[in-house]
Design a protein around this ligand. Structure first.
Ligand code: AGP
Length: 617
């Protein structure tokens, strides 16, 4: 949930840490801090830890550092999203105990127990966090370890053996000033390999200004970074070889690219993101889809589940329509947070598809582990390379959306829809339920999507106008049928999370069973009415809303003649295969939410109380 950076090399470290934290701020932003090892004044003078940290966004920290920044060439930094201990100066990282400073992302589950036993041994604490105990434990272990080149590594390893829970932790120590030690369990850490310098971060964008050569640390890895070397060992102390990867994302891709907000940039990136997600995966003759080497024999699949949270859950609901229509295989879609706690009936032979942008969502990860325990095979659809969910799965299909920085998910959603469409096509062909002709048509429609996405982005100006008209609304309803129902849910979620307007998505047919009581002149209703099998029914629902004084924005297929008379506003989108229409109809809803939030002046990319990846339950 937090952003971590560490650096050792010849550069002045404080500005470097701040720049990296700026790129990681989407991971958490309730407090921030840095710890820097001072330079020796004379040959053997002891080093000092200079720690500056404060509550608030990174700009607060920058303000403090403007009055005098620590000078040095080795340092660590952190941007926090609170889990243990409210956001405050004292709870901000880095946490320090005597010679040791640490930054941490994750949750130490047995911290109360450890804190109690440390207290019994005379330790006192300066924060309410679980993190602080790590600094205390490492300091204690250091006292037990003979001086030598691996002293900090060994002490950290021993300390972490006492710890239960999730951590990505980076450690700095005045006794061992020529190294940084870090460790990973359940929370991400990436080493950046430089020339005469090395870095560690919780995510790639922080490393890109310095290097493109990275090592993704794996579960239970510890790494020792000096200026010239990186060593990876396990908690057992045995050396581990990890592949060096070359990152191909442009630096620009991790920045705003001239847009006012990351979210707007990411909405506009969708034609490219969809193209990249389709690249090399469509077969034209005979028509089918490749799943990066994963072959599914539908006759061997007993039951198919899709598990996810939030926006990824909405994509999964569309996935159910796709798979059931094209492959005629029943699909059960579950919120990962519910699935894991309801003793689900899962057996060997079941296939679980986990959908996650970050690949780090704790509920989804725990749900797939539960399914695996019961014998199911797990296939994941994820955006972040080598993240925990794909690593825990037997096969993965990456969405290639690129880094998504805005907390509100947009391009990750549309690319998840594409990945699920590929899965449905694959299953449809292998199950024999999708004819060659229908598959060829579907492939053709998929190929045409990027151009149609570019076209639908031209509605931006109209949506900006509508946002000005309805930006003062207190509540809003979204209605859809069939595969447009999950889009109604997604549109409402987008509006809620960034504009703080209360919004609800409903299956249009459910209106008469209750929600219609909410309709009056003060309740704008957005109706998804593309030309598909549910169109006529949606028109009736829309008329019911109008008859009760509701104001209606309709999203429909271009050339529609019926809606102009019925709706207050009509937004036209390109015609597309009904099962792929969600990829298109969601875009005006993303733009509407974005412009309402921008109109209201809320923090679009970092909405209150939210974080990009939810790595705690
Ligand atoms: C989407 O806008 C949200 N911020 C959130 O619902 C998100 O989709 C959810 O937390 C799941 O994340 P994941 O896709 O990274 O697993």
């Amino acid at each position: 949930m937090c952003g971590i950076i560490g650096y050792i090399g010849p550069k002045q470290v404080t500005p470097l840490l701040l720049e990296a934290l700026r790129r990681l701020e989407y991971r958490g932003y309730d407090s921030a801090g840095v710890a820097v090892l001072s330079e020796p004044v004379t040959g053997e003078a002891p080093r000092e830890l200079q720690v500056v940290r404060c509550r608030g966004k990174l700009s607060e920290l920058e303000g403090q550092l403007a009055e005098g920044a620590p000078v040095g060439h080795v340092g660590i930094g952190h941007t926090r999203w609170a889990t243990h201990g409210r956001p405050s100066d004292e709870n901000a990282h880095p946490h320090r105990f005597r010679s040791v400073a640490v930054v941490h992302n994750g949750i130490i589950e047995n911290y109360l127990l450890l804190k109690r036993s440390l207290s019994d041994r005379g330790h006192t604490f300066s924060s309410e966090t679980d993190t602080e105990i790590i600094a205390h434990l490492i300091w204690e272990e250091l006292a037990q370890v003979e001086p030598g080149p691996d002293r900090l590594l060994l002490a950290t390893r021993r300390a972490l053996k006492l710890v239960e829970g999730a951590y990505a932790v980076v450690v700095l120590c005045t006794d061992t000033p020529d190294e940084i030690v870090c460790a990973k369990s359940a929370s991400p850490l990436v080493v950046g390999l430089g020339d005469g310098e090395n870095l560690i971060a919780s995510d790639v964008p922080a490393l890109l200004p310095h290097t493109r050569r990275v090592i993704f640390l794996e579960e239970g890895d510890l790494a020792q970074l000096t200026r010239s070397r990186v060593r990876v060992v396990g908690l057992d102390g045995i050396e581990r070889q990890r592949p060096v990867r070359q990152i191909t994302w442009s630096l620009l891709a991790a920045e705003k690219d001239g847009y006012k907000h990351f979210m707007l940039k990411e909405i506009h990136e969708q034609p490219r993101a969809v193209t990249d997600t389709l690249r090399g995966r469509l077969l034209h003759s005979p028509p089918s889809a490749l799943l990066d080497g994963f072959e599914i024999d539908p006759t061997q699949v007993r039951r198919l589940f899709i598990l996810a949270c939030g926006t990824s859950y909405h994509a999964s609901l569309v996935g159910k329509y796709l798979i059931e229509s094209l492959a005629r295989i029943p699909v059960e879609v579950d919120l990962a947070s519910e699935f894991r706690y309801r003793d689900p009936i899962v057996k060997p032979g079941d296939l679980v598809v986990a959908v996650s942008q970050s690949g780090e969502t704790a509920d989804t990860l725990a749900a797939i582990r539960e399914a695996q325990k019961k014998g199911a095979q797990v296939f994941s659809i994820a955006n972040v390379l080598d993240s925990s969910i794909p690593r825990a799965s037997s096969h993965s299909l990456y969405t290639h959306a690129g880094p998504e920085i805005g907390v509100a998910s947009t391009k990750a959603f549309t690319t998840q829809l594409i990945a699920l469409a590929l899965l449905a096509l694959h299953l449809g062909r292998r199950s024999g339920n999708l004819s060659e002709e229908a598959a060829a048509d579907f492939v053709h429609e998929l190929t045409a999507l990027p151009a149609k996405l570019s076209q639908v982005l031209h509605t931006a100006e109209q949506l900006q106008q509508l946002a000005r008209t309805y930006g003062h609304a207190r509540d809003m309803l979204y209605l859809g049928r069939g595969p447009q129902f999950p889009i109604a849910l997604e549109g409402a979620l987008k509006l809620k999370e960034i504009s703080y307007i209360h919004a609800e998505g409903f299956a249009a047919g459910e209106m008469k069973h209750g929600p219609i009581a909410l309709i009056d002149e003060g309740m704008p209703v957005l109706v998804l009415a593309p030309h598909d099998g549910g169109y006529e029914k949606v028109l009736s629902n829309l008329s019911e809303v109008k008859a009760r004084g509701g104001r209606v924005i309709a999203i429909t297929t271009e050339g529609d003649r019926s809606l102009t008379a019925l709706a207050d506003h009509v937004v036209e989108v390109p015609a597309v295969h009904p099962l792929l229409a969600p990829v298109i109809t969601v875009v005006p809803l993303q733009l509407f939410a974005y412009y309402v939030a921008d109109f209201k002046g809320t923090d679009v990319d970092q909405p209150r109380n939210l974080a990009k990846s939810v790595t705690v339950e």
